[in-house]
Design a protein around this ligand. Structure first.
Ligand SMILES: C[S@@+](CC[C@H](N)C(=O)[O-])C[C@H]1O[C@@H](n2cnc3c(N)ncnc32)[C@H](O)[C@@H]1O
Length: 228
């Protein structure tokens, strides 16, 4: 469904992310690479010659992090991304809007959801779907070049180890975004304790730029934004 609105959508201070200013409850968007096409039932909004796709915090941990004050997001139109835990491609599709001349290597281990990812990649030229286990990067290392941005959202017990195993793909100076689901790591521990353990481990490999609590949108989740 496409809607016409009166207030103006403007580019936010994050590259490729657009905003309809509503104070603390701003609504975020990406500019649709394929005007007229929805990916997962998101709202489409027309403004002049552009069409925007709503990027809502309930649908994506990246959008939740943006709403909660993400500061660093230096993606460019030609950025290269390694995305671990792509699922059917909800967040991948928004990154594909942002990096329209780049490439997203989208790794997903579950064949059923990867099927939808393949359909998405057939329409969007900048998505390369990879059916693989992110815990075994040696299986896809020959298909990937060094990347500007590493994004992970896999909700596994060993999610930090998976992230670290994939770090060699990230260029020096590149940005890494890790969504941590505390209950997947240790169900018995308080989420904040799990996040502190993760922080300690990450600090030995990367510079942590931001730790963002997104639990108001995604239960027991926190996001680490890091630089290599
Ligand atoms: C929470 S969902 C990801 C949602 C997605 N990031 C988004 O925002 O659109 C987690 C996904 O990670 C995948 N996954 C879990 N373990 C994985 C692994 N070891 N390698 C690759 N994908 C994995 C799951 O199959 C699932 O599709």
């Amino acid at each position: 469904m496409r809607q016409e609105i009166r207030k103006k959508i403007v580019e936010s201070n994050l590259n490729g992310i657009f905003e309809l200013d509503k104070g603390k409850k701003s609504i975020y968007f990406t500019k649709n690479l394929l005007p007229g096409e929805q990916v997962y039932g998101e709202k489409l909004i027309r403004q002049g010659k552009d069409e925007f796709r709503e990027f809502a915090p309930v649908n994506s941990k990246l959008a939740a992090a943006i709403r909660q004050g993400l500061k660093e997001f230096n993606l460019k139109e030609n950025s290269i991304i390694l995305y671990l835990g792509a699922s059917t491609g909800t967040t991948v599709s928004h990154l594909s809007d942002v990096t329209k001349n780049g490439m997203i290597f989208a790794v997903e281990s579950a064949p059923i959801v990867a099927r939808d990812l393949v359909f998405l990649a057939e329409k969007r030229h900048n998505i390369a779907p990879i059916l693989a286990d992110a815990n075994k990067p040696e299986e896809y290392k020959d298909n990937i070049v060094n990347v500007d941005f590493l994004y992970q959202d896999v909700a596994q017990k060993n999610q930090v180890q998976i992230f670290l195993k994939n770090l060699p793909f990230l260029k020096k100076g590149g940005l890494a975004f890790l969504a941590v689901k505390a209950r997947s790591i240790d169900f018995a521990k308080k989420p904040e304790e799990v996040f502190q353990d993760v922080e300690k481990e990450l600090k030995t490999h990367l510079t942590i730029l931001q730790k963002i609590d997104i639990s108001s949108f995604q239960k027991d989740h926190c996001v680490f934004v890091c630089k290599k």
